[in-house]
Design a protein. Structure first.
Length: 503
C-alpha cells in the first residue's frame, strides 16, 4: 500500500477529500482534510434524478481543487467514490466520464449496500462496539449495517436522505403538513427494512448524527470536546430532537445548530428519529468516521473480514510510531506492564481496587514516553496533550480521559487537581483514581531507574516491600516522597551494587 493515500467521497450534499499517511503496517494518521458543500444533487430529485448544471459546476470546481491538493501532497494513490446522487442520476455515468477526461480522475459509483458496508468497516474498527446498527444518513439515501459480535452481518440501503426529503417535501412548503407527509414517506420506506435490524445501540454516521451529538453535548455542558465515541441515551434527547424538527430557521441557533446545517438538519433529524424508533435503539454512539475511512481501511486491511488484528489498536499504534521514537521497543513497555500487573494484583486483593481499569493503566504505561519526543522538560504535559488529541479509535471517552490524566500525573502528588475537577464526570471516583495513579507512578519510577530489573512486591503488616535484583538507589528517593493512596510504609530489598574499596 502507498505511504500516502487520498480518498475522495462525493455525496449528495458534500464532497470531501482526506489524505492518510501510513506510519507502519497498521499505523496511520490523517494529514489533510478538505470539504466542499457542492450539493451535486441539488434540484435532481424533483427532476427525475438528473444532475443539474448548478450542482455539476460546483462539483467540478471542488474536484479540480482536490486534485491540486493531492499533487501538492505528492500522493501516489487516489481512490474516489460517489454515492446516491450519482447512482440515482440517469446522467451520473456521463458526469464520471467527463471528470475522467477533464481531470484524469477515476470515480467509482458505489451502491447503497457498499456504502453501508464501508461505513460499518470504519465503525467496527475505530469504535468500541460489538452489537449495533450503523446509521449513515446522506443526502440521497440512508444506509444501515447490522453488526453482530463485531462482524458486519447484513446491510440495507433506503431511499431517504436529507436533500431528497427536503426537495420532495420542504422546498415548496415548510408547514407542519410537510412534516406529516415527510414522516409518512419515511415510515413507508422504513417498512422495507428487514425485521432483524434491531439493536439497542445505534451508531450515528454522517453530518446529521454529528450535528445532533454536538447539540446534546452543548445542552449538557459535556466536559470533553471530542465527538467521536460520544454516546447518549435516546429517551432523554427525543424532546430536543422534536424541537429541532418543528423549529423555524430563526430558532435553530438557540437549539445549538450551526448556520451551515440549517438547510437540512430538520429533515435529517426527522429521518434519524424515525429510524431510531423502528430499530428500537436505546442509545446512540457517535462516529467521527464513515465512508472515507471505510474506503481507506478496506484498502489497508485484508479480506474478507477487513479487521485489525484483535490485539492491535490503530490509534495506539500510530501514536507509538510517531511519538515514542526514544524507547519504542515493545520490551520496554512489557517491563512496565509486568511491574504494574504484579502491583495491581496486590492492591486488588488487599484494598479491593477494581480490576476493570487494567486496559487504561496498561495503555498509559505503554504511552508514558511519548511526551519526551517533543521535549524532555514538561514531558508529562506533552504526553497528556498528545493523548487527548490522538487517542481516538477503539476507546470510550472515559477510557480516553483516564489514560490521558494518568499520563499527566507528575511529582509526588497523586492527583492533578485541575484535570480531576474538569473531567470529574468522566473519571473514576477520587479514591480509585489515587490507587491507579500510585500504581502508574510507582511502576514508572521502578522501570525508569533500573535496567529491566526483576521486581516483586509483598504487602504485609501495613508495609509494601519492593524486591529487586538490581539496585534501586535513585528510585528510592522519589518513591519515599510519593503520596500514598492509603497510609502504609514502603521498604526496599534490592541488590547493593557498591564495590569494595580501599583508600
Amino acid at each position: 500500500m502507498a505511504k500516502r493515500t487520498a480518498i475522495i467521497d462525493i455525496g449528495s450534499n458534500s464532497a470531501r477529500l482526506v489524505i492518510f499517511e501510513k506510519s507502519s503496517r497498521f499505523g496511520f494518521h490523517l494529514i489533510c482534510e478538505q470539504k466542499s458543500k457542492v450539493r451535486i444533487g441539488e434540484g435532481a430529485y424533483s427532476k427525475g434524478g438528473y444532475l443539474q448544471p448548478i450542482g455539476i459546476e460546483r462539483a467540478y470546481l471542488a474536484l479540480e481543487s482536490f486534485v491540486q491538493t493531492i499533487k501538492k501532497y505528492h500522493v501516489k494513490k487516489i481512490i474516489a467514490v460517489a454515492t446516491s446522487a450519482l447512482r440515482d442520476a440517469p446522467n451520473g455515468k456521463q458526469f464520471v466520464r467527463w471528470i475522467r477526461q477533464e481531470l484524469n480522475l477515476s470515480i467509482t459509483i458505489i451502491d447503497g449496500n457498499e456504502e453501508a458496508r464501508l461505513g460499518a468497516i470504519a465503525a467496527t474498527n475505530l469504535l468500541p462496539i460489538h452489537n449495533a446498527i450503523t446509521v449513515d444518513i446522506g443526502g440521497g439515501s440512508c444506509d444501515l449495517a447490522l453488526v453482530c459480535n463485531g462482524v458486519i452481518s447484513e446491510t440495507y440501503s433506503l431511499d431517504i436522505g436529507t436533500v431528497r426529503i427536503k426537495e420532495l417535501f420542504f422546498d415548496t412548503d415548510n408547514s407542519s403538513n410537510s412534516i406529516i407527509e415527510a414522516r409518512e414517506y419515511i415510515s413507508k420506506e422504513l417498512q422495507k427494512l428487514p425485521l432483524n435490524f434491531r439493536a439497542k445501540l445505534a451508531v450515528g454516521i454522517g453530518g446529521t448524527a454529528r450535528t445532533l451529538s454536538k447539540g446534546v453535548m452543548k445542552r449538557h455542558n459535556y466536559p470533553f470536546n471530542k465527538l467521536h465515541a460520544f454516546s447518549y441515551k435516546i429517551d432523554g434527547e427525543l424532546p430536543y430532537f422534536n424541537d429541532i424538527i418543528y423549529a423555524n430557521t430563526a430558532n435553530l441557533q438557540n437549539l445549538y445548530i450551526k448556520k451551515g446545517r440549517y438547510d437540512t438538519i430538520k429533515e435529517g433529524t426527522l429521518i434519524f428519529v424515525e429510524i431510531l424508533k423502528i430499530i428500537k435503539a436505546k442509545e446512540v454512539i457517535t462516529s467521527g468516521v464513515g465512508v472515507r475511512e471505510g474506503v481507506f481501511l478496506k484498502d489497508l486491511l485484508q479480506a474478507p473480514k477487513y479487521k485489525f488484528p484483535s490485539t492491535l489498536n490503530p490509534s495506539l499504534k500510530s501514536i507509538l510510531d510517531r511519538f515514542d521514537i526514544l524507547t519504542a521497543k515493545e520490551s520496554q513497555a512489557s517491563h512496565r506492564i509486568a511491574i504494574v500487573s504484579s502491583l495491581y494484583t496486590i492492591f486488588h486483593e488487599k484494598f479491593g481496587v477494581d480490576t476493570k481499569y487494567q486496559k487504561e493503566l496498561y495503555t498509559a504505561l505503554r504511552l508514558s514516553n511519548i511526551g519526551k519526543t517533543l521535549r524532555i522538560y514538561d514531558a508529562k504535559k506533552h504526553a497528556f496533550y498528545i493523548a487527548m488529541q490522538e487517542l481516538n479509535f477503539g476507546f470510550t471517552h472515559k477510557e480516553m480521559i483516564l489514560i490521558s490524566v494518568l499520563l499527566r500525573m507528575d511529582g509526588s502528588s497523586l492527583l492533578y487537581k485541575p484535570l480531576c475537577t474538569s473531567y470529574k464526570a468522566l473519571l473514576p471516583k477520587k479514591e480509585e483514581l489515587k490507587y491507579l495513579s500510585f500504581m502508574y507512578t510507582l511502576s514508572l519510577l521502578l522501570h525508569d531507574n533500573s535496567n529491566s530489573a526483576n521486581i516483586e512486591f509483598v504487602y504485609a503488616n501495613n508495609t509494601l516491600t519492593i524486591y529487586s535484583n538490581q539496585s534501586l538507589y535513585h528510585a528510592k528517593e522519589n518513591i519515599i516522597l510519593l503520596e500514598r493512596p492509603y497510609p502504609f510504609d514502603i521498604i526496599f530489598e534490592d541488590k547493593k551494587s557498591l564495590p569494595k574499596y580501599n583508600f
